[in-house]
Write a protein that binds this ligand. Structure first.
Ligand SMILES: NC(=O)c1ccc[n+]([C@@H]2O[C@H](COP(=O)([O-])OP(=O)(O)OC[C@H]3O[C@@H](n4cnc5c(N)ncnc54)[C@H](O)[C@@H]3O)[C@@H](O)[C@H]2O)c1
Length: 295
């Protein structure tokens, strides 16, 4: 089956911090966007966030007021995946759990047009394995955006074993049309960015766990000593501690090397539901005027 050559309508599944950013950049690039989440209140919150973030871009002069109004009109709420029958490309950006993603692909099976493309924004899960569970492994690809999507320039493109050349070529045109730069990554656990970044964050959590430094000392050390724009624990809160843990688990299981053991303290934060900024508490508490360390 040939894949669609020209993408006009993009469906985004998962309206969390990544899904709202993907919808944002697609709508600004002129695509019609359907935004879905299993929880309708997340879609409403995402639409508010998109409007807020686009207004900031208008204030900064990055886009015009007309650009913003046009883009906002192009985004529609999709409370059910049955609305995805018109999409040319569906981008899955739901919770980083393989069974959640597989269930979404199963639901999409009877809905998506045969020539539509399917992409996952997974941070770490095998594209080949996800693709194999769909009805279209040749039209499936990993399109890994960075957080926050409207700001970050990079997108990793990951071909699964069965991804066709046409799907790959169409994906390159699509990603470039969003004004993003591509890095090609092979389909191995966590690809490039997270293979390097997340073990560093996990090591920072070990550094805290073993009492080598406090939350503030570790972040300050890496900001001023390694010239990182954000400390690793601040960054972990920004990414989401559940997402960081899931990626470590994928590395640990996929590469079977003990250097990828998730730090027990990271597990504990996730068990407490202290997932970082998105739940107002992680290595820092965000409920006051200023973030304060929780350890
Ligand atoms: N956070 C990051 O920095 C980052 C960066 C790149 C990629 N990613 C990847 O993007 C994906 C989403 O991450 P996020 O940070 O936006 O998470 P998030 O927790 O902010 O959002 C996930 C959303 O998925 C929704 N969801 C869960 N199951 C669903 C289902 N069956 N159908 C529809 N919606 C469903 C949830 O309600 C939630 O709104 C993950 O695969 C993650 O690995 C995250």
């Amino acid at each position: 089956m040939a894949v669609i050559e020209e993408i006009r309508t993009v469906g985004v599944i998962g309206a969390g911090q990544m899904g709202n950013g993907i919808a944002h950049v697609c709508a600004l690039a002129g695509y019609s966007v359907l935004l879905n989440d299993q929880d309708e209140s997340r879609i409403d919150a995402a639409l508010d966030t998109i409007q807020h973030n686009m207004s900031r871009q208008v204030t900064r002069g990055a886009i015009t007021h007309d650009d913003m109004m046009g883009a906002l009109k192009r985004i529609s709420k999709a409370t059910a995946l049955t609305q995805f029958e018109s999409v040319d490309l569906a981008i899955e950006s739901a919770t980083e759990k393989e069974d959640v993603k597989n269930q979404i692909f199963l639901t999409l099976r009877p809905i998506l047009r045969p020539d539509a493309m399917l992409a996952s924004n997974t941070s770490s899960i095998s594209i080949t394995r996800l693709a194999a569970r769909t009805d279209r492994p040749d039209r499936f690809i990993g399109v890994h955006f960075m957080n926050p999507v409207p700001v970050m320039k990079l997108v990793e493109l990951i071909r699964g074993l069965a991804t066709s050349q046409e799907t790959y070529d169409t994906s390159i045109r699509f990603v470039e049309s969003l004004g993003k730069t591509i890095a090609n990554a092979e389909d191995f656990p966590a690809f490039i960015v997270n293979r390097v970044l997340i073990p560093m964050i996990n090591e920072a959590v070990y550094t805290l766990y073993e009492g080598v430094g406090s939350v503030e000392a570790i972040d300050k050390a890496m900001r001023l000593g390694a010239n990182h724009p954000m400390g690793p624990l601040e960054l972990a809160d920004f990414i989401g501690l559940d997402t960081c843990l899931s990626i470590m688990q994928v590395l640990n299981e996929g590469l079977a090397d003990t250097k990828y053991r998730p730090c027990p303290l990271l597990v504990k934060y996730v068990e407490a539901g202290w997932l970082g900024r998105k739940t107002q508490r992680g290595f820092y508490d965000y409920r006051g005027e200023r973030p304060s360390p929780t350890r």
